[in-house]
Design a protein around this ligand. Structure first.
Ligand SMILES: [Ca+2]
Length: 154
């Protein structure tokens, strides 16, 4: 009898936890990531198109981030997974210090090595992701936020 009680208790516990997990999934609205866009916010997430699904081939996506005036954009990568190449010739993510590719490029990234935190000098930053025909991967997920600029000597 004890043994049966124990099993029922276990089953009850199991079904409760499963039910809870399911409810959590239903309530949680997963953000949808598009190919580029204007992101105007104090903070938020930016991700490659369809993340966490694989990104599309032959694409070029441009995201323009704007945080409140007087702040700088701090971008930190959570996940990074682009086709690897020693010179990033196939798929790559370019990060610019501003809203134009004529301004300073902070870096070009590819492969699976997660880039370090990127910081702009003004309240805007631009991300441009280019992919070629072959080999796709999961892409990237990064968090951006407006932060107070670091002023030398203060
Ligand atoms: Ca590729």
């Amino acid at each position: 009898m004890m043994r049966v009680d124990c099993i029922w208790g276990l089953l009850l516990l199991l079904s409760l936890s499963l039910g809870w997990t399911k409810a959590q999934e239903t309530n949680y609205t997963r953000p949808v990531f598009y190919c580029g866009g204007d992101l105007v916010a104090e903070s938020g997430f930016v991700g490659s198109e369809d993340f966490p699904s694989f990104y599309k081939p032959n694409s070029k996506c441009t995201w323009r981030i704007t945080v409140p005036e007087g702040n700088v954009v701090t971008l930190s990568f959570r996940i990074f997974d682009l086709e690897a190449d020693s010179q990033c010739r196939y798929d790559y993510l370019d990060i610019y210090n501003g809203h134009s590719n004529l301004v300073q490029k902070l870096g070009r990234f590819c492969g699976t090595f997660r880039p370090g935190t990127q910081v702009s000098t003004t309240n805007t930053m631009m991300l441009e992701m280019v992919t070629d025909e072959g080999t796709q991967a999961r892409g990237f997920l990064a968090h951006f936020s407006g932060t107070k600029p670091y002023v030398n000597g203060m």
